[in-house]
Design a protein around this ligand. Sequence first.
Ligand code: ADP
Ligand code: MG
Length: 595
Amino acid sequence: MSRIQKLSDQVTNMIAAGEVVERPMGVVKELVENSMDAGAKDIEIRITDGGLKSISVQDDGCGMDPADAVNSLGRHATSKIARADDLWNIRTMGFRGEALPSIASVSRLDLLTNDGSQGTEVKVEYGKITYAGPQAAPEGTLVTVESLFYRTPARLKHMKSPQSEAGAVIELAERFAFAREDIAFRLYSNDVLRLETTGGGDLMEVLYRVYGARMAESAVAAEFHDYDFACRALLVMPEFTRASRQDILICVNDRVVHSYKIQKALIRAYEPYHAPQRYPICVLKIKTDPRLVDVNVHPSKWEIRLSKEEQLTQLVENHVRRALAENFRLRGMPSFSAPEEAPKKAASAVPACGKESVRMQQTFDALPEMQEAAAVREKELPEREIFPQEEETAEEQPVIRGRKLPDLRVIGQFHADYILAEGKDGLYIIDQHAAQERMNYERLWKQFSAGGGAVQPLLVPLSLKLTPSRAAQAEGLKEYFRQIGLSIETPGDNTVVLQEVPVWMTDLDVEAALQELIDQYDPAHPTSRADLQKHAVATMACHSSIRFNRTLSLGEMEKVIEDLNACEQPYNCPHGRPTIIRITDEDLRKEFDRG
Ligand code: ADP
Ligand code: MG
């Protein structure tokens, strides 16, 4: 007897649902994409209990007539493609015609729609239409999904807490907001408004809404293109970093996608500024001919296949790297690249009680002769009249000509930890320890890269004690250290022995650095060779020579700044902490004006 039989629609829909709508987030994704395809300009998402209780998506799109409203729930029913050829030229978010029936097969779904001439309602309970008929409705479509997975307990069991399901939905909404800055989005979770964008078409506004003012102020926009790809990017400067790749958002033709290769290109562009295992916050929106994009790779459509991907990653890496090099100067320096604009911005940000000083400032601005007079006064009446003994020191303090840093003049030292310096546009504070780490790191990295394997024997072999659990990982440790040019011996008595070190480590506190590297060794989370090497050199740099918290002479302070100036990337220590910060004149004025 034959045993193969054709599955019922209900069963195939449920199987499809397993792929398309794994969690509430997947349902929201499909419904919102339908709204986008319907030409909506305003989309409101509501979830209760993370979407497990209910999800609704309301749009102001084109709506459906009564026949389509019923048909939309049929399997493989779509208005978006008709012929096989269309698959290679997809301009809509959806095309598979399986989302609505899939969702309806595992929930109670209510579709209320109006195409501008009449309103229709269709109700479905776990795959069975229970009502279809006329119903008053605003123009557009409202889909409500309740009791999701209630009848599929195996799936329900895999749901996380309502909070984490809600988190996934909110994150999705943020991504949509970036993908379509021309659509107004609102997201309510348990009736609390969690995200709102205006749909004004301003990507920076979306960044502001999602990440807040500090990130938005730090971000710069970049645009670039070649024959095949047009790209727009918002790059948060590397003063802010993240521990995961979560905040790297990539859209291709308005679709948020996961692309390992494009992501990697962005990470590479940021790499010189980042500590190992830190990742950027950035948005990259790519437009290209839909024929270069194959979206039919996975039912949830997070993955795509892209022709000319190599060309695109090169384009992205080069331009993002250039944009960062041009724009990233110092922490807290949004005005650095556009000094003329700073006072305006700061003035408008002054709180109400600061009005007086704003007006005064304007008066000064309006009277250049007063400024001139002030300048002359300063020249003609140097400090020496009041502090004659200061004269010599004042003469001795040369301006250190900036290379990557601005021109700076050392003022003094604070708490034997920080160097204070004066620049054209503010007060600069240099963390001398972080600065030294940066310099050491770059010097060591050069030596390491040039290495060539030359080693120097130690007079006394270095022996380090291991914990028993570490000792059990001896083989892994050997390999770990081999990658950074260290050959260790593990004689089997819970120790690590080092007979020689690479030449570049000669002046370092190898013991302390090695101990730290052993402590950080984590076989469960192997890092790439490149990351490991960077990390090891950064750790070595940290243990190199004198700790720097001591009083420095003027000459020594100048030397620190000069050396920092000579660095490839003087702005952060290898662990990502800033080496230098600036307090602008504006900042100071604001502080004193608070009243
Ligand atoms: P697909 O989006 O792949 O076509 P769906 O099952 O998601 O498949 O939707 C089926 C059809 O229902 C769509 O092709 C569209 O014609 C219609 N539809 C779904 N949602 C909406 C909506 N919000 N507004 C207007 N039409 C919609
Ligand atoms: Mg769809």
